[in-house]
Design a protein around this ligand. Structure first.
Ligand SMILES: NC(=O)c1ccc[n+]([C@@H]2O[C@H](COP(=O)([O-])OP(=O)(O)OC[C@H]3O[C@@H](n4cnc5c(N)ncnc54)[C@H](O)[C@@H]3O)[C@@H](O)[C@H]2O)c1
Ligand SMILES: [Zn+2]
Ligand SMILES: [Zn+2]
Length: 402
């Protein structure tokens, strides 16, 4: 447990437990880390729960940034404000908060545009440091430990910019609402804000993890009539139904004869999947969504949507090959390819209303939690993700009752 020096003011450093990744894909090691006090406009948060998102796992496995280790991952989290840095007057000690991986400063060009959540000051942080001073707030035995997305919630305490936290009411369950901090909001927002799906339309969703199922939920709530889920994991068929999926396709289990195909096996697999989507939707889905994290699937999603007005939204974060290739004719024929982070939501302005919808039972979150896991066992959650045997694992920082 954390040792806090309560007598000093301003707040002192805290020593607490954090799950540290010492190298790409290496099991996390529980370490005693020192967490610096919050700097100006920052808050220090006692993490209550953090769920594990596919983006954490992909970044942890990636060898692309070997210099950013040791590192503390985690970004989908709920917690309680433990101390407040100079000027962070929006928060008080004891406030319940959600952390967010893209912040909202409310003063930059994007924040005041009202049409973007790509804050220029607190946007997606990729260098493992804090936005304000490009330094870390964590250390192990004097050695700096890098952050992830300026959140790093796989730690009992973390420091975030006050623009990267959103207050929530004291009664919402912290062990479930943490999913609104990333995956669920990203999916709902992709359907509602980015694609703006319409009643009676058709959608094709590639990948039925938490993100894809949340797109399905968003589509269902808008009255979309055909919600086609495509996933290589057969277990996602039943899960999909619970979130509104009307038609399920497993590309690995297709018996459709491939009409014309001279490409590789993956292309063949998706080619016959495309035939089915086109048949179900009379020529192509009105909207398609890539929720896998594979740029090859982005091309397939674009091919699956309709000429003239089809919109493809890509949400996945690719593990490899970042370039998307698409025949220009798909664009000339009137299709649109776009993407979004965090479903286009501006966290401070928009997230509280989503939390209210959850509290009012207008949106489903609890059904996406497949495992509740103690912090000590966090590597189990990573294994479950790697084995594709979970939706969200919620990590509880304090001991669960057995
Ligand atoms: N844009 C954002 O704001 C945002 C937010 C959260 C997550 N993400 C990204 O979205 C993606 C999905 O996240 P998640 O947490 O739901 O992941 P997940 O791993 O839980 O779900 C991915 C699903 O895709 C399926 N799949 C894998 N390969 C497939 C293929 N070739 N064809 C069809 N289905 C396939 C898997 O079986 C799984 O059900 C990840 O890339 C993640 O990094 C983006
Ligand atoms: Zn901004
Ligand atoms: Zn995420």
């Amino acid at each position: 447990m954390a040792a806090v020096d309560a007598s000093s003011s301003p707040p002192a450093a805290i020593t607490c437990r954090a799950a540290v990744a010492w190298g790409p894909g290496q099991p996390l090691v529980m370490e005693q880390v020192e967490v610096a006090p919050p700097g100006p406009m920052e808050i220090r948060v006692k993490v209550v729960c953090t769920s594990v998102c596919r983006s954490d796992v992909s970044a942890w496995q990636s060898k692309a940034q070997p210099d950013l280790f040791p590192r503390i991952f985690g970004h989908e989290a709920s917690g309680v404000v433990e101390s407040v840095g100079e000027g962070a007057t929006e928060f008080q000690v004891g406030d319940h908060v959600l952390t967010v991986f893209i912040g909202e400063c409310k003063s930059c060009k994007h924040c005041i545009s009202g049409k973007s959540n790509m804050c220029q000051k607190l946007g997606l942080e990729r260098r493992g440091v804090m936005h304000s001073d490009q330094k870390t707030r964590f250390s192990v035995k004097g050695k700096p430990v890098y952050h992830y997305c300026a959140v790093s919630s796989f730690s009992e305490y973390t420091v975030v910019h006050s623009g990267c936290a959103v207050k929530v009411g004291p009664t919402v369950p912290m062990d479930r609402v943490c999913l609104l901090s990333c995956g669920v909001s990203a999916g709902l927002g992709a359907a509602w804000n980015v694609a703006n799906v319409s009643k009676g339309s058709s959608v094709a969703i590639f990948g039925l993890g938490t993100v894809g199922l949340s797109v399905a939920q968003g589509a269902k709530l808008r009255g979309v009539s055909k919600i086609i889920g495509i996933d290589t994991n057969p277990e996602k068929q039943e899960k999909g139904k619970a979130f509104g999926v009307t038609d399920f396709i497993n590309p690995d289990e297709l018996n459709e004869p491939v009409q014309q195909c001279d490409k590789n096996d993956v292309y063949r697999m998706f080619f016959s999947c495309l035939q089915i989507i086109k048949r179900i939707t009379d020529g192509g889905a009105d909207y398609s969504f890539e929720c896998v994290g594979d740029t090859g699937v982005v091309s397939t999603a674009l091919q699956s949507c309709s000429d003239g007005w089809g919109v493809t939204v890509t949400l996945g974060v690719p593990k490899a090959k970042p370039e998307v290739s698409a025949h220009y004719a798909f664009l000339l024929s009137g299709r649109t390819l776009k993407g979004s982070l965090f479903g286009g939501w501006r966290p401070k302005s928009d997230l509280p209303s989503l939390v209210d919808k959850y509290a009012d039972k207008e949106i489903q979150v609890d059904g996406l939690v497949t495992h509740d896991i103690q912090f000590n066992d966090i590597n189990k959650a990573l294994d479950l993700m790697l084995e594709n045997k979970c939706l969200r694992c919620v990590i509880h920082m304090t001991l669960l009752d057995n």
